[in-house]
Write a protein that binds this ligand. Structure first.
Ligand code: LCS
Length: 422
């Protein structure tokens, strides 16, 4: 009876032959190393079903029926690849994880419920009581706060430095340093860290190099190719790109680390939901075209801002004035679509400017098709202490802009009218 029900669901293929088929397909897709990035965005990781669905179906189920009691036992013993329970694995989520692993040139992907879930899965997997982490001082605020305010209670030590300065990283390393955690470009200062140099330091000291690649997406930067052990993203941003889900992805270079992190994710219970995974798979298909358009718009807006008399300074990797412009050209395949800048009138002028914008939306987050603008010191990084914000370069006048794919003329006209009112 059970088997009959099963057959009604997936047709004439038995569970094992279906899995073998899916595994062979995966191998085939993994071998498509020579296909271009945009082709991989469309096809990598896909699964096929008996109906020939062109897109990955949403397996919106919490649990999976075993063919027999023996098969159930084999699944739990790790002797069968059959699915058990969605927190442990799900075909829709698997498709997303495979695709990101391919795009980041890693061993495997672990999709989680948010970028912060990714950061915490990493912290809790790699650090034990008494261990030390060195990280970028301008890292996304909550990723720093959770370490210095929560994990400190469990004996995690941390040092935050300007990682654009390689000597500062070397000086921060202690005998108990286990992890070097880099965000590049950093949110919101746009500081760029030399990942090849970091990988060398990490290797020398036997430290695990973790990179938050959210600001670039795999379209612009592949940290594992530059020597990192783990790369992760807030998929909420460029990877999904449509400001309609929250999610995260971790990709490891090696199997052992993948197994360690996957086990932590399962035990923490911070898996992504299959429906969200489906939305990310859909959004991801246009990553290349979105990124091209966003960064073209961003380049024009950055130049416009740099030439505006009411603007005090602009930080954008594509501008010659960016302190790590040359490194950005070597390490990234494009400048990205996030700009930080300050107005000559400081925070007060900034507030007025933000309130007067009509096309750009006043909202946190970034990396979507819509242009978003926010004030990090009072918003995303408000919980970081005033002193730490200052040393990290998160000044009161800093405005962060994530450029979308609107017509750039409309964005510039919008900025013009808002700046005119100052
Ligand atoms: N890493 C970076 C670089 C981020 O910018 C964010 C979120 C995260 C990790 C955490 O990801 P989440 O849990 O939100 O998916 N950044 C945000 C920001 O700048 N505004 O709102 C969220």
């Amino acid at each position: 009876m059970k088997l009959q029900r099963f057959n009604t669901n997936i047709g004439s293929l038995s569970l094992n032959s279906f899995i073998t088929f899916a595994k062979n397909l995966r191998k085939l897709l993994m071998k498509k190393e020579n296909s271009g990035f945009n082709t991989r965005l469309i096809h990598a990781g896909s699964i096929s079903d008996k109906f020939g669905s062109a897109t990955v179906p949403i397996y919106q189920t919490s649990t999976f029926i075993f063919e027999s009691a023996d098969e159930g036992a084999r699944c739990f013993a790790g002797e069968s690849d059959g699915y058990i329970y969605t927190r442990i694995g799900n075909p829709t989520i698997d498709a997303l994880e495979r695709q990101l692993a391919i795009l980041e040139n890693g061993y495997g992907g672990i999709a989680v419920s948010s970028g912060m879930a990714a950061a915490n899965t990493i912290y809790l997997s790699l650090l034990s009581q008494g261990d030390h982490i060195v990280s970028t001082d301008a890292v996304y605020g909550p990723a720093r706060n959770v370490v210095v305010k929560q994990w400190v209670r469990f004996g995690f030590h941390s040092t935050y430095v300007d990682t654009t300065d390689i000597e500062a990283i070397k000086k921060a390393i202690r005998p108990n340093t286990k992890v070097l955690y880099i965000e590049t470009p950093a949110n919101p200062t746009m500081g760029i860290t030399d990942l090849v140099a970091c990988a060398e330091i990490a290797k020398q000291h036997g430290i695990i190099l973790v990179v938050d690649n959210t600001f670039c997406s795999p379209y612009l930067q592949n940290p594992l190719d530059l020597g990192a052990d783990i790369v992760f993203h807030s998929m909420t941003k460029f990877i999904n790109g449509h400001a309609d889900i929250v999610g995260g992805i971790i990709v490891t270079k090696e199997k052992a680390m993948y197994d360690q992190l996957r086990s932590m994710m399962i035990n923490l219970g911070c898996n992504i939901d299959p429906h969200q995974a489906f939305l990310v798979i859909r959004g991801l298909k246009t990553l290349g075209v979105r990124m091209e358009r966003s960064q073209e718009n961003a380049s024009q807006l950055a130049t416009y801002l740099e030439n505006h008399p009411k603007v005090a300074w602009v930080r954008f990797p594509g501008l010659h004035s960016h302190p790590q412009h040359q490194l950005a050209k070597e390490q990234m395949r494009g400048p990205g679509a996030v700009i930080s800048f300050g107005l000559k009138g400081g925070y007060e002028a900034g507030k007025k400017f933000l309130d007067n914008l009509q096309v750009a939306l006043l909202a946190v987050s970034l990396g979507g098709v819509e242009t978003l603008i926010q004030h990090p010191a009072s918003m995303t990084h408000s919980k970081v202490s005033a002193e730490d914000k200052l040393t990290a370069g998160i000044t009161d006048d800093l405005i962060r802009l994530s450029v979308g794919i609107e017509d750039v003329k409309d964005l510039i006209d919008d900025f013009d009218q808002a700046l005119d009112k100052l």
